[in-house]
Design a protein around this ligand. Structure first.
Ligand code: FES
Length: 158
């Protein structure tokens, strides 16, 4: 069944017939839909009369654009140098294990968490570091991961 993207029409109206608008257009669409699906990009291409390849090119070039649905909480695990030498891999493994992520998966089946790897989060003295949404957790060990994730689980039940 064709998805209805008419909720994007107001955004499209705002940017139509203007040049150099692809990035803000895609930011607005992502804010509305949570991510940029292929169908949504196709709809934009049709409506804006822009080649779909141009839209797809921008969406895949910038890491701020998400091409898959994201979990409610975004966990960023730092893979910068300071964190790397402080066992960022062990932290990542503990996270994947605790979240039950397998293979290429980066989002839990219940859509609660998405795990992303990022370069330096800017607080290397706290290495190894993760961020959950806007909160930073530093000087971690693999054993500390379970407790951090539980906070978010309890928060949601409260
Ligand atoms: S390398 Fe991880 S915070 Fe800088």
């Amino acid at each position: 069944m064709e998805q209805d993207f008419s909720m994007l029409d107001a955004i499209i109206g705002k940017y139509r017939n203007r040049s150099g608008i692809l990035i803000p257009l895609l930011q607005d669409v992502q804010q509305t839909l949570g991510y940029l699906s292929k169908d949504a990009m196709r709809y934009l291409a049709e409506q804006m009369q822009i080649p779909a390849a141009d839209i797809y090119g921008v969406a895949t070039f910038y890491s701020m654009f998400k091409l898959k649905p994201q979990g409610k909480h975004i966990i960023r695990v730092c893979k910068g140098t300071a964190c790397h030498v402080s066992d960022a891999d062990g932290i990542k493994d503990a996270l994947r294990n605790e979240l039950g992520l397998e293979g290429e998966e980066d989002t839990t089946a219940d859509m609660k968490f998405t795990l992303l790897e990022v370069a330096c989060l800017g607080c290397c003295s706290l290495a190894p570091v993760i961020m959950v949404d806007d909160t930073t957790f530093g000087k971690l060990t693999p054993d500390s991961i379970k407790g951090i994730l539980q906070r978010y689980a309890y928060e949601e039940e409260a």
